[in-house]
Design a protein around this ligand. Structure first.
Ligand code: ATP
Ligand code: MG
Length: 320
């Protein structure tokens, strides 16, 4: 939790609007002019030096390992892009690159409204990492309130900031555990892993980012909670014009249907980029039909990314 520079607030209120059986929070910070961000990435290549300091001599392998191999795509305000792929396929690396946090040999072009990563974009970007970094001895409510006090603009009163934290607690379904310790450190028992993840997402929602990047926000959650989180992300995109990019691990078909766009990664290559709803038909059109109607598209796509498929071209890979 680091204090973050915030935009000046124009002093609007923060009414809540009921949406279905949940609530969309109108954040005080949002009263400032919203900066819609179009994120474009073109031919992104990322390489790392291989085994320079490793214990095993690697004279036979090339000096560099390609982690990302020419990934291209665009995400507009109002869209939710999911990155899917097997473990080690490069999802976290690509997300980190898009968040302007990747150091090292990064080639290609990543632009935000046509410009490179700047301080303004950084302030407008929320990044939820795969591993949660939270203070184990604070309660959920304390964690969000302290962050609200640090991150929200000085033009808001302490009461408004605390209220803001409470709104996020409600939105993330954390009321029941608001006064439980986060826990997680050795010997400190606290909230569940899923609840911890929701706190991490809530911390980024406090400042209502224009660009929200999340690394596996649903891992370790039951399918209902996972769907609720992705529905929240989708609402942030569609109703509030945010640009949302998330990596995802094993989404259910219900969850998959909420994605607008999909990048399917396999060993650092994008084997599909386009509308999520068109991915299965695309693979069928190039000779890789889904095995049966009604199969979870994500399972089918992950099988493909792992080189497991059937259909007319099955002889070049493993049979399911
Ligand atoms: N700095 C680095 N040095 C060496 N290898 C790296 C580095 N960063 C990433 N890798 C390798 O790149 C590959 C992709 O890693 P990445 O964390 O992006 O995968 P992922 O798709 O997020 O996997 P997971 O689903 O397990 O989180 C992995 O094989 C990883 O070991
Ligand atoms: Mg990862």
């Amino acid at each position: 939790m680091t204090p973050r520079e915030t935009e000046p607030d124009s002093g609007g209120g923060h009414a809540n609007r009921p949406i279905g059986n949940s609530t969309i929070v109108a954040y005080p910070t949002q009263a400032a002019a919203v900066l819609p961000i179009t994120l474009k990435f073109e031919e992104v290549v990322y390489k790392v030096k291989r085994g320079a300091k490793g214990w095993w001599p690697s004279s036979s392998s090339p000096a560099e390992k390609t982690i990302l191999d020419g990934i291209t795509g665009v995400v507009c305000p109002g869209e939710l892009l999911a990155m899917l792929g097997p473990s080690g396929s490069g999802k976290t690396t690509l997300l980190t690159a898009l968040g302007g946090r990747l150091r090292g040999k990064l080639a290609g072009k990543i632009t935000y409204n046509g410009h490179p990563f700047t301080g303004v974009v950084k302030r407008r970007t929320g990044f939820v990492a795969q591993d949660d970094v939270l203070y184990p001895h604070l309660t959920v409510s304390e964690t969000l309130t302290f962050t609200a006090l640090l991150r929200l603009p000085g033009s808001l009163s302490r009461t408004d900031k605390a209220h803001q934290a409470q709104l996020v607690i409600s939105e993330m379904g954390l009321n029941r555990v608001a006064h439980s310790m986060i826990g997680g450190a050795r010997g400190v028992r606290g909230v569940s892993g899923g609840e911890r993840k929701r706190v991490s997402i809530g911390l980024e929602l406090l400042v209502d980012p224009s660009l929200l990047l999340l690394d596996e926000p649903t891992s370790g959650l039951d399918s209902t909670t996972a769907a609720r989180i992705v529905a929240t992300l989708r609402r942030l995109a569609v109703e509030k014009g945010r640009t949302v990019v998330t990596t995802i691990h094993q989404p259910s078909s219900r969850l998959y249907r909420m994605f607008d766009k999909l990048v399917l990664l396999s060993e650092g290559n994008a084997i599909y980029y386009g509308p999520a709803a068109a991915a299965v038909d695309y693979f069928a059109s190039v000779g890789f039909p889904a095995p049966i109607d009604g199969v979870n598209p994500a399972d089918f796509l992950l099988d493909l990314a792992n080189g497991r498929f059937h259909g007319p071209l099955a002889h070049i890979g493993l049979h399911i």
